[in-house]
Design a protein around this ligand. Sequence first.
Ligand code: PBG
Length: 324
Amino acid sequence: MYFPEYRLRRLRRTANLRRMVRETRLSVDDLIYPLFVVPGSGVKEPIASLPGQHHFSVDKLVEEAAAARDLGLPAVLLFGLPETKDEVGSSGSESDGVVQRAVKALKSDVEDIVVITDVCLCEYTSHGHCGVLKNGRVDNDLTLEHLARQALSHVEAGADIVAPSDMMDGRVAEIRDVLDEEGYTHVPIMSYAAKFASSFYGPFREAAQSTPAFGDRRDYQMDPANVLEALREVTLDIEEGADIVMVKPALPFLDVIAKVREKFDYPLAAYNVSGEYAMIKAAAEKGWLDERRAVLEALTGIKRAGADLIITYFAPQAARWLKE
Ligand code: PBG
């Protein structure tokens, strides 16, 4: 059937018609809100590289998470900025560390929100790398026990899901083993399965004070040029016991999201990272983009590509817009 018999514009004529044939529906249920927790109390400091985002002390974090819950958001993802750093990132697994205290407070003071914790060493190591160094390089196998210890400490504090983001080989299996041994067979792992060595993490590293002191992360994070390798990463993480797999960043990697969606029937998350957020924020501030339309279009695009869950700093704002 060819033009002029079939005209695609017929179903675009009114808002109701468009609503009836819409293929992708973004929902507040899809969104996960990342939050940065710092020591102290009464702290709610704006983060310069992420306009609209803050460093929160535990008490203020509880308020922010409660507000997120009231907006209908199902989950938060926590990052910690510790008091001290050392070579092996020990402050990341202390039972009274900043994330562990935050998890306890959220679980006791905010009803009905899923608390996910980012598991990685980079915020806790003096050199800012995601693992333990040996001869000037991140040593994969030495790092695993540190990651597993940190994950366990988060779960002991009450974390509902742990999310390893370090990109060491074998860390999902190691974390699964330790959690199971300690009786936490019910706690899911959301693995940053295909995490690329991306320039779009810049604003986050400023926010998390986790820029590597030397070199870069290309020796453990993925080459942005690779998609087949991303599928191998996802395969391995699933075999090792991941419950949710993630592609990160989102917007420059929509094809990777789509391929993972096609090949695997596991819940799929995508991380709309700090640089993706900052780009829209900066352009909107200049009046070059309509922020609301740009954000909803970007998030809908990530969902259309195949993501079930989207981690985004826009979560509360998007939740508000989706309600209107
Ligand atoms: C590492 C980690 C990073 C992000 C989440 N976890 C940064 C990195 O790998 O350098 C980036 C998130 C973002 O850019 O929003 N633990």
